[in-house]
Design a protein around this ligand. Structure first.
Ligand code: 13P
Ligand code: SF4
Length: 338
């Protein structure tokens, strides 16, 4: 292929009409042109754009709804759009599809995964569960449809404690995030909860040593952290919550300055909601790395968002037998979260 020739990617339109898509980098459109086209296509397709707080700011600003994992599932459950364009990672779009089998669910990048979901393959999970008969299986929403299908109830970071509390004396296994699981153990006083040993590559890398340095430099700052962080960070946190919970807290707290221990994409919406507050991103261990940016979330770009709305591809699909089994624990969570 000649150097200046755009890369051709074969794609199919929903009516099986073959089209040739250019590489997103070779579209030659300005951000403004992309945004205008996205708005036009959204109307034409009767599509809704759902975006997570970890998406790049341009995508968040274009979305019809920006939220945390629970809010996004709730938005997916109630939408009347024909097309759901999910700007997040694969398990989020998959959850939207499980809730909406008759709608088209597209994502800007099908490869946008999650270290927690990837670290808990369904066959290994099924094998592991054999050791714990009689336990209620609580799975964090950051897992595949196949793992959801093996679960009794799904939770997110905003309702995990509440859901486990509602299970009373039942024996519980919790997967796949060991840090969120440890947080739930602590909050519920249930040391017997069995934990799958998964971690998030982003929240795992925050440095306690560098956080302490930052706290010493800004003694007035409050540390706010996502429960996917390890204990070395959580033990210093004034407030631990989901992404939406952290934004709410930054807005309402009388403190003027916050050290924010979660993925850096949250700072965009947090600053919009709390314009008079100073927000400092918590530091990862390596000074030079951008480890507080999720590489999966950032696979999505404006250009890919435009292409997925234009071509209605890539679509997220879930085999019907898996979907039906995965739906029950998701619906149980939604019913317990009103
Ligand atoms: P929440 O959206 O529940 O805050 O979780 C964050 C996350 O890691 C999503 O992948
Ligand atoms: Fe998964 Fe962590 Fe990225 Fe969230 S931030 S999508 S938990 S890898």
């Amino acid at each position: 292929m000649a150097m200046d020739e755009p890369k051709k990617l074969p794609v199919m339109t929903p009516d099986a009409r073959p089209v040739v898509a250019v590489d997103p980098d070779d579209l030659g459109m300005t951000d403004q042109e992309l945004e205008d086209e996205i708005q036009r296509l959204k109307r034409e397709r009767n599509a809704v754009i759902l975006a997570h707080y970890y998406q790049e700011s341009e995508i968040q600003d274009l979305a019809d709804f920006v939220g945390d994992s629970l809010q996004l599932s709730q938005a997916a459950a109630r939408t009347e759009a024909d097309v759901i364009c999910f700007c997040g990672v694969h398990f989020m779009a998959e959850t939207a599809k499980i809730l909406n089998p008759d709608k088209v669910v597209v994502v800007p990048d099908l490869e946008a995964g999650c270290s927690l979901a990837d670290g808990c393959p369904a066959p290994a999970f099924a094998h592991w569960l054999e050791q714990y008969p009689g336990h209620t299986v609580v799975s964090y929403i950051n897992c595949s449809a196949e793992v959801k299908a093996l679960s009794d109830v799904i939770c997110t970071s905003s309702n995990a404690v509440k859901i486990v509390q509602a299970l009373g004396e039942q024996k519980v296994v919790f997967a796949p995030d060991k840090h969120l699981g440890a947080f739930v153990r602590k909050q519920t006083g249930r040391d017997d909860i069995v934990l799958w040993q998964g971690t998030c590559i982003v929240h795992e890398t925050f440095s306690e040593r560098r956080l302490l340095e930052l706290m010493a430099k800004h003694p007035d700052a409050e540390v706010i952290a996502h429960p996917e962080c390890h204990e070395g960070i959580l033990r210093h946190a004034h407030h631990v919550a989901s992404t939406s919970g952290l934004i709410k807290y930054a807005k309402q707290s009388p403190a003027r300055r916050f050290i924010v221990a979660t993925e850096a994409g949250i700072l965009h919406k947090m600053q919009q909601e709390a314009p008079d507050k100073e927000l400092i991103a918590a530091p990862p261990e390596e000074e030079s790395c951008a480890c507080n940016v999720c590489p999966h979330m950032r696979r999505n770009t404006l250009a890919k968002l435009y292409l997925c709305l234009r071509d209605l591809t890539p679509q997220v699909d879930v085999p019907e037998a898996v979907r039906v089994r995965a739906l029950a624990p998701i619906e149980r969570m939604l019913a317990m979260s009103v």
